[in-house]
Ligand binder design. Structure first.
Ligand code: NDP
Length: 448
């Protein structure tokens, strides 16, 4: 049970009752409500208008069947989701996740987090998330295409550049966005570029969108290090995962003078004291769609560990970039014992609440995902801007905008944490600043 202000306990109890079994969603709501005590004390208008209660109930939840035919001619049935959580600040915006673990509770936790993340960017985007329990691993391109087409054949009616604009997440990268966009265009007979982000560069995509979440996490962590009087130069860094976020976080750490000595996938982790070879990981994961266990066979001096945790590898900075609840109390204790000073979340909610408590109690600076990984969605919003004006910006210009946005998110977190009596607490700052912008918009729009 999170430590809640009396005014917020009822709301949390109601969330538990109304959403049985959705543990990740409970965790995400509890974590935000825990930060809002000082806000309800200072601004009673939010509680009077039941803003927190309204925010914890999605505006709309769509669940649908996705039937498709595999390469062997067998009919497969998956479940599709889109949770349109909150549109006070703009069209619903948030990625699609294709992973066998996807169920309503995961989509709701992600959609809920997305509201505050999108608000923190200062851009005109609401919060939503979607996905399916479809597992793209081991599927041919043809199977992935037929699945995406079947998925979009239902979802398209709920989307639109002013309504709901999905993007990628775990299991959904450039290939899947292409198939989804192709089917949307076919069904609607409209080239509505702004309906999906993460598109290819030759057909409406934005420079830096592929790199944005990983680069953004490192820009954010760099600001955190600067606030501590440090920098990435000479730092040992451990990154979990080896997907989109992990790869580009690794690339940017190396550009800033740090060394990523380990990364992972769900089968184990690799340690490479010379520094992870980013081009090799890109080739393995993006082109060959292979496992990280193949890395040592292609690069001397590296080793693969199939049992144990990537957090056992000593580091100064840890960047969890794989999935929710991947860094638990044990991992946090080892990081503290090994002298880590900063943990910045590239993934959504990768640290368990116990891990966050242990890290912060030990003086490790903790940067929560809803702030640190906001660069992906912020660059998606830049893609929407370019689509709306039929423009396309250079890599340098777009990366400079991303860096500026991440600095803004960082400063907003710190200033808000100060203002509400929790100096240096990025999690509280992110929750409160994200909440206030949405809450004010909801108040202005009345009870809807
Ligand atoms: P990818 O699918 O590109 O990569 C995911 C990586 O995490 C893979 O290495 C995968 O390993 C690993 N992973 C996934 N599930 C598990 C698991 N249950 N246990 C261990 N490892 C796992 O996804 P992304 O890089 O896009 O996303 C990673 C995280 O970042 C997610 O939490 C996502 O929500 C978050 N995020 C992504 C954004 C984006 O723009 N892509 C934006 C903001 C947040 P394996 O291949 O073995 O499954």
């Amino acid at each position: 049970m999170p430590d809640l202000d009396a005014k917020l306990t009822d709301i949390y109890t109601e969330v538990l009752k109304r959403n049985p079994g959705e543990t990740e969603f409970h965790q995400a709501v509890g974590e935000v409500l825990e930060s809002l005590g000082p806000v309800v004390a200072k601004h009673p208008q939010y509680a009077d208008a039941e803003v927190m209660r309204r925010l914890s109930e999605p505006e709309r939840q769509i669940i649908f069947r996705v039937s498709w035919v595999d390469d062997a001619g067998r009919v497969q049935v998956n479940r599709g989701f889109r949770v349109e959580f909150n549109s006070a600040l703009g069209p619903f915006k948030g990625g699609l996740r294709f992973h066998p673990s996807v169920y309503l509770g995961i989509v709701k936790f992600l959609g809920f987090e997305q509201i505050f993340k999108n608000s923190l960017t200062g851009m005109p985007i609401g919060g939503g998330k979607g996905g399916s329990d479809f597992d793209p691993k081991g599927r041919s391109d043809g199977e992935v295409m037929r699945f995406c087409q079947a998925f979009m054949t239902e979802l398209y009616r709920h989307l639109g550049e002013y309504t709901d604009v999905p993007a990628g997440d775990i299991g959904v990268g450039g290939r899947e966005i292409g198939y989804l966009f192709g089917q949307y265009k076919r069904i609607t007979n409209r080239y509505e570029a702004g309906v999906l982000t993460g598109k290819g560069l030759t057909w409406g995509g934005s420079q830096v969108r592929t790199e944005a979440t990983g680069y953004g996490v490192v820009f954010f962590a760099d600001e955190v290090l600067k606030a501590r009087g440090e920098s990435f130069d000479g730092k040992r860094v451990v990154v979990s995962g080896s997907g989109n976020v992990a790869v580009y976080a690794t690339e940017k750490v190396h550009e800033l003078g740090g060394t990523v000595v380990a990364c992972s996938d769900s089968g184990g982790y690799v340690v490479d004291e010379k520094g992870i070879d980013v081009e090799l990981v890109k080739d393995l994961k993006e082109i060959r769609r292979a496992r990280i266990s193949e890395y040592p066979g292609l690069r001397g001096g590296a080793r693969f560990v199939s049992d144990g945790s990537v957090w056992d590898v000593p580091c100064d900075v840890a960047l969890p970039c794989a999935t929710q609840n991947e860094l638990d109390a044990r991992g946090a204790k080892v990081l503290v014992e090994n002298g880590a000073t900063v943990v910045a979340e590239g993934a959504n909610m990768p640290c368990t609440p116990e891990a966050v408590r242990l890290l912060t109690d030990a003086g490790v600076t903790f940067a929560p995902g809803k702030a640190a990984n906001a660069g992906g969605v912020a660059t998606s919003a830049l893609e929407m801007q370019q689509n709306a004006s039929r423009d396309s910006w250079t890599f340098e210009h777009t990366e400079a905008r991303l860096a500026e946005i991440m600095r803004g998110v960082h400063d907003r977190c710190l200033e808000t944490a100060d203002e509400y009596g929790t100096p240096g607490n990025y999690a509280a700052g992110a929750n409160i600043a994200g909440f206030i912008r949405v809450a004010d918009a909801m108040l202005a729009m009345g009870v809807v």
